[in-house]
Write a protein that binds this ligand. Structure first.
Ligand SMILES: [Zn+2]
Ligand SMILES: [Zn+2]
Length: 164
């Protein structure tokens, strides 16, 4: 539904500078990869970055992501039972819809806008900062793939698994 346009390399350098971070090739490549692939894991980002900056190590991608999160350039979300996912959309209080079958992640705007958008029945004296909402469900692709009406002509990726 939302197709975020790829972030050009120059923009990536600018984002780093605005966040007060030193611009390096691998950092720039990680930001650009995040522009292409919002909600990617560190491993997925490493696979993208390794193509444009071949000398990059997985550890340096982890380090860059840690620095980005600390600097407020990147948000890390940690859906239960999944690797941490990273995104550049840090300037609002949005939530996520996650497919419990394929793991596809979709941004959803917060209906309230500001954090915290939910209040607990009893805050126990805590000063509330945020309420992170993760909606779990089955995405349209997975729902279509498992629909009984499709059983007679299964998608290629399902029939491949059963091939000898
Ligand atoms: Zn799915
Ligand atoms: Zn998001």
């Amino acid at each position: 539904m939302t197709t975020t346009p790829a972030i050009p390399a120059l923009d990536a350098a600018e984002r780093l500078r605005h966040a007060g971070l030193r611009v390096t090739d691998s950092r720039r490549a990680v930001v650009a990869a995040l522009g292409e692939r919002p909600h990617a894991s560190a491993d997925e980002l490493f696979a993208i970055v390794a193509r444009s900056v071949p000398g990059t190590s997985l550890q340096s991608v982890y380090n860059a992501l840690g620095d980005f999160v600390d600097a407020g350039l990147v948000r890390r979300i940690e859906p239960a039972g999944r690797p941490g996912l990273f995104e550049l959309r840090v300037d609002d209080n949005h939530h996520h819809l996650i497919c419990s079958q394929c793991g596809a992640v979709q941004d959803v705007d917060c209906v309230v806008g500001a954090a915290p958008c939910l209040t607990p029945s009893d805050a126990h004296g805590y000063a509330l900062q945020a309420a992170e909402v993760t909606f779990w469900g089955v995405c349209p692709d997975c729902a279509a793939a498992s629909a009984p009406s499709r059983a007679d002509h299964e998608p290629a990726h399902l029939s491949r698994k059963e091939a000898p």
